[in-house]
Structure formats: structure tokens, C-alpha cells
Design a protein around this ligand. Structure first.
Ligand SMILES: *Cc1c(COP(=O)(O)O)cnc(C)c1O
Length: 376
């Protein structure tokens, strides 16, 4: 049996190796390393794939979030609502820009931001909501957009874990996540669903004026060469990464399908087991399974992890500590116990290997060992 990994980037690469090697060598031989034709082509292809007017590539997902907030002209002290149960980057950029992160709890079944908690958190100072499509399934965007309309708020979608995921509105209309809010952000970190071989990110919007602003901010606030209208940053996707991403974008729907197949296998193996809760699938979104995350019921998680590790099965905890209990984000507004769902999830979740290269033999081995532990 092949060694089991959380993410197997080597086997994935081997399937597209010829194409990738040629594309990378072509960029090197062209010497157009920055903003070369590959970047322009990838941008166009991603716009088509997402069916969005503008894709602005940048250096990573965290930059994508930061540049988005800068483009919205938010002022120090403005409040931005986001989920407590997320990767730190989401709240980090809010704090970095001296905006006020307002954390809200998530739903116990889906891990996604709680709509009622958003409504309760709105004050006259609230300017934006940042939903995170955590683990690859959409937050309830229809409800979020309705709240945003009513309260005149921006919506910045953190799509770092859910690129390719389809959202279905009540009307039956389908739209890619990341293209529904004012702005969408994603990351091409290697282990993300659409990952490059280094760092990368992108920003999406349908708003023409915002797109111009975002492009300027990502390029030193420059409107014309050597004309700087605002303070910006330097954030670029390099041509080699763009060339790789063009090839991998063509595989993205296949990758999503392979991830879903793996999730189906896990779901079946653990269905109705009294000691685990499998991830819920919602009606308004398909799932691209960035992670497959179980909730454990009366199970010693550390013991389970070391048992699996002894059997050669990696498992990870996303995320072990809620943001409000992190030193950097501690705040007199919040104390232990304020976010019961997030706090419980941090203690009970465990993510199993999820990637595009797991075979049936490995999946049988993983599920059998998990069940052996749960049933001992
Ligand atoms: C990965 C990730 C980011 C940050 O992306 P980087 O490219 O690593 O900067 C932001 N938000 C979420 C939810 C992520 O998973």
C-alpha cells in the first residue's frame, strides 16, 4: 500500500508532470517572470471558470483579504464581522488594518458562520461581513447577502478552502462561491483545492470600479507608471505559478469529484456510528471537501490521533484554539464560554486524510483503523 498522507502533492504532480515541466521551462526560457503572458491567460481562464467579471491575481490568500479590505476604504475602528472558527488569516488582516474584528459563533453541523449570530453582532459601526466557506462548503450566502442589503454592508467571501464550489439560490440559479459577495478571495497555497507550487492568491469581483482599485492597491497604489494615488502593497502572482495553475485549473472539477468520492467513502463507513458525526451536506451548496472533518462524541481525541499515527495514518486538528482564546486576538469583549459551538468544535473535531490521490485500498485501511479504535 502507498504511504498515506494528509495531502499527496507528488502523486498529483506525476499525473500532469509532462505538461507542468514544459510550461515551467517555457516561462524560464521566456524570462517573463513577472506579469508575463501566463498570468494574463490564467486570469482570463479563471474569470471564465468562475463566470466573474474580474479576477485580480496576487501573492497569497492573506494578501487577497487585506487588499480587499483596503479597497473598500474601511476606516480604523470600523467593525468587520467574521467567524470565530476559521484560519487566523481571516481575522488577522482585519486587525492589521486597525479595523475591529467582531467574532461570531458558527453552526454546529456545518461549521459555517451562524446567521442569527451575525444579526445580533451588527451595530451602527459594522461595515462588512467576511463569511468563510470553511472546509469546502458554502456559508448561507443568500441569508448573508440579504442581511448585507438591509444593513448596507460589504461582503468579502473567504473562498480559500472552497474554490470551485457551487452555490444554489432559492430561485434555482447556480453561482460559484467567491463571486456572490462584493469581493471574493482565494489562496493557491499548495495544499488548497487549486494549489500552485509556492504561494499565490486571487481576488474576484463583478464591480468594475472596485476591480480598478484592487489592481492599483496590489501594485503599490499606482494608477499610472510612477503615479501613486494611494498607499498600496506589492502583491503579485508570478508567471511560473500562473503557468502551473492554468494546467491545474483544467483538473479542478475532476479534483473536486475525487475529493467528494473520498468523502462518500468515509460517510458510508461512519454512517450512524454513535461516536462520530460526519460532516453535514447542505441543500444550497455542493461540497468540494477541502477537509473531511468528523466530530467526535465522547472519544479521547489525542489517543485516537496517536493510535492512527502508529498505524501510519495522519490526522489533523483544524482548528484547535478559537480566535478569541488566542493571545493576539484576546479582547475584553470576549471570554471563555462566549462561543460555545466554536469552543466545543475546537475540542472535538478531527480531519482525516483528504486529497485527490487516495485509492480504495488506502481508504479501506483508514476507515477500518478508525472504526477499530472507536469500537475497542
Ligand atoms: C489558507 C487560508 C487563508 C490564507 O491563504 P494564504 O495563501 O496561506 O495566505 C485564508 N483563509 C482561509 C480560510 C484559509 O484556509
Amino acid at each position: 500500500m502507498k504511504k498515506i498522507q494528509m495531502v499527496d502533492l507528488i502523486s498529483q504532480y506525476e499525473k500532469i508532470q509532462k505538461e507542468v515541466d514544459t510550461a515551467v521551462l517555457n516561462v524560464i526560457r521566456s524570462s517573463q517572470y513577472i506579469n508575463g503572458p501566463e498570468v494574463k491567460e490564467f486570469t482570463k481562464e479563471l474569470e471564465e471558470y468562475l463566470d466573474v467579471n474580474h479576477v485580480i491575481p496576487c501573492a497569497n490568500g492573506t494578501d487577497a483579504l487585506q487588499i480587499s479590505m483596503m479597497a473598500l476604504d474601511l476606516q480604523p475602528g470600523d467593525e468587520v464581522i467574521t467567524a470565530n472558527f476559521t484560519y487566523v488569516a481571516t481575522a488577522e488582516v482585519i486587525a492589521l488594518l486597525r479595523l475591529k474584528p467582531v467574532l461570531v459563533d458558527v453552526c454546529p453541523d456545518t461549521f459555517d458562520i451562524d446567521i442569527q449570530a451575525i444579526e445580533r453582532a451588527i451595530t451602527p459601526k459594522t461595515k462588512a461581513i467576511v463569511p468563510v466557506h470553511l472546509f469546502g462548503q458554502a456559508a448561507n450566502m443568500e441569508a448573508i447577502m440579504e442581511i448585507a442589503r438591509k444593513n448596507k454592508l460589504y461582503v468579502v467571501e473567504d473562498t480559500a478552502q472552497a474554490i470551485g464550489c457551487d452555490y444554489t439560490f432559492n430561485s434555482g440559479k447556480n453561482q460559484k462561491v467567491g463571486t456572490i459577495g462584493t469581493i471574493g478571495c482565494t489562496s493557491f497555497f499548495p495544499s488548497k483545492n487549486l494549489g500552485c507550487y509556492g504561494d499565490g492568491g486571487a481576488i474576484f469581483t463583478n464591480d468594475d470600479a472596485l476591480a480598478i482599485k484592487i489592481k492599483q492597491i496590489a501594485n503599490h497604489g499606482q494608477s499610472k507608471q510612477y503615479i501613486h494615488d494611494k498607499v498600496g502593497v506589492n502583491s503579485r502572482l508570478d508567471s511560473i505559478q500562473a503557468a502551473i495553475l492554468r494546467i491545474k485549473l483544467r483538473q479542478l472539477d475532476l479534483y473536486s469529484k475525487l475529493r467528494r468520492n473520498t468523502a462518500d467513502f468515509y460517510d458510508k463507513a461512519f454512517a450512524n456510528h454513535p461516536k462520530v458525526k460526519t460532516p453535514k451536506r447542505v441543500s444550497f451548496s455542493n461540497h468540494v471537501f477541502h477537509q473531511y472533518t468528523l466530530q467526535l462524541i465522547d472519544v479521547d481525541r489525542d489517543k485516537m490521533r496517536s493510535h492512527l499515527s502508529e498505524k501510519g495514518i495522519p490526522a489533523m486538528i483544524y482548528y484547535p484554539i478559537p480566535l478569541h482564546l488566542q493571545e493576539a486576538y484576546s479582547d475584553p469583549r470576549y471570554s471563555k464560554g462566549d462561543f460555545p459551538v466554536t469552543e466545543k468544535l475546537c475540542k472535538t473535531v478531527i480531519s482525516l486524510p483528504m486529497q485527490t490521490e487516495l485509492d480504495t485500498e488506502q481508504l479501506h485501511y483508514i476507515t477500518q483503523n478508525v472504526l477499530d479504535f472507536l469500537n475497542h
